[in-house]
Design a binder for this molecule. Structure first.
Ligand SMILES: *Cc1c(COP(=O)(O)O)cnc(C)c1O
Ligand code: SF4
Length: 361
């Protein structure tokens, strides 16, 4: 784990053309041009765990605690060591482990669970650009992530159809430039912070040069799962833009907000960037009031505002994560009796065709 894997090892992992890792390869390939300049977060990514067996072994959990661990899915295991370190060794029910452990439960075909539950396909206004709501559009900056969350609603997204190079981006950037009502651009994916600094800076600068773009929002899980990505260079990039940066991170359980993650979140907040969190309601992971209270307290203690709690999007392979809507509504009511108003997230569901996320009350 201490050696720096060569570029070969990353390529082998990216051989499945249908997998989001193909995009990871494209994001990483630039860094391979100059391997000696690999930064700490890129090295950590290369050292991430890539099989469910290795994950359980690292935690001293017998593989048979989970039954079959060899799912057919093309969405492979990916867990950075920094995230692994916040799991409890020996605990097969650890709430962080359950978010990322690939099991054969994912293989079941369950009616109502589909490849594109939020109808992204119908929202594509240019290559890599989705618009569903007034005033803001979402750019699929890359298909790569630093962690593979088993419940991810974009786990079957056709990333291979989306732009890979800065040239490929031009139609999306042109579309934004031609649409004055678009005052906010959301960099998403995948995870936009998987782009290296140079590529991220170029993309941000091109968007920043469009006069009507007033806010640049990043939807990212890297400050949570790979906190080393929050470097002074990144903070400098985000705070030197003309447009207002907003960072929306994604943590589901209070145990995620600890150690190096806590430090990274404080750095983002103290650099003056508004930081919000979105979580997904996940059965047996954060579906008690104690779990959600811990999450919201730890977030607000470092200045991160709980934004949304999402009802699960019904993507293939995620049925075992679904908690019922009534549970979510009741949890939010209980949270409101325990926390200041600003620390209680809105419980929402994405319903295709609606003008925004739909509040569940
Ligand atoms: C969720 C989403 C947004 C962001 O919605 P907010 O309510 O502004 O956080 C924007 N665009 C798309 C396509 C989305 O799915
Ligand atoms: S980080 Fe976000 S986009 Fe990536 S797998 Fe997790 S939920 Fe999906």
């Amino acid at each position: 784990m201490s050696s720096v894997p060569d570029s070969n090892s990353t390529r082998t992992l990216s051989s499945d053309a249908a997998s989001p890792l193909q995009a990871a390869d494209s994001a990483n390939s630039e860094t391979h041009e100059d391997a000696t300049q690999q930064t700490s977060w890129q090295r950590q990514l290369a050292e991430a765990i890539r099989s469910p067996h290795d994950l359980l072994a690292a935690l001293n959990i017998p593989a048979d605690a989970y039954g079959a661990l060899t799912p057919k899915t093309g969405f492979p295991t990916l867990v950075p060591i920094s995230f692994l370190k916040r799991m409890e060794p020996g605990n097969p029910h650890d709430p962080l482990l359950r978010q990322v452990l690939q099991t054969s439960q994912e293989d079941g075909v369950i009616s109502g669970f589909t490849a594109d539950p939020v109808d992204d396909a119908n929202a594509r206004i240019a290559p890599g650009l989705l618009q569903k709501y007034a005033g803001r559009a979402l750019l699929i900056a890359t298909g790569a992530c630093a962690v593979h969350c088993r419940y991810c609603f974009r786990r079957e997204y056709p990333y291979q159809q989306e732009p890979r190079t800065l040239d490929d981006w031009q139609p999306a950037i042109q579309e934004i430039a031609d649409t004055p009502s678009l005052t906010e651009v959301i960099l998403s994916g995948g995870d936009p912070l998987m782009l290296n600094d140079q590529r991220l800076a170029t993309l941000c600068e091109q968007l920043d040069a469009i006069p009507h773009v007033q806010r640049l929002r990043l939807h990212t899980r890297l400050p949570i799962v790979l906190p080393a990505r929050v470097t002074s260079r990144l903070l400098q990039l985000l705070t030197s833009l003309r447009s207002q940066p907003v960072v929306v991170v994604h943590a589901n359980h209070g145990h995620e907000i600890a150690d190096d993650c806590e430090v990274a979140l404080r750095q983002l907040v103290r650099s003056g960037i508004p930081v919000l969190n979105q979580a997904v309601l996940l059965r047996n992971i954060n579906d008690t009031v104690e779990d959600l209270e811990l999450l919201c307290r730890r977030l607000s203690n470092v200045g991160v505002m709980p934004y949304y709690l999402h009802q699960l999007d019904r993507v293939h392979g995620a049925a075992h994560f679904e908690a019922d809507r009534q549970t979510g509504i009741s949890l939010i009511q209980q949270l409101a009796a325990r926390l200041p108003g600003y620390a209680v997230p809105r419980f929402v569901k994405e319903i295709p065709g609606k003008p925004g996320k739909t509040p569940l009350t």
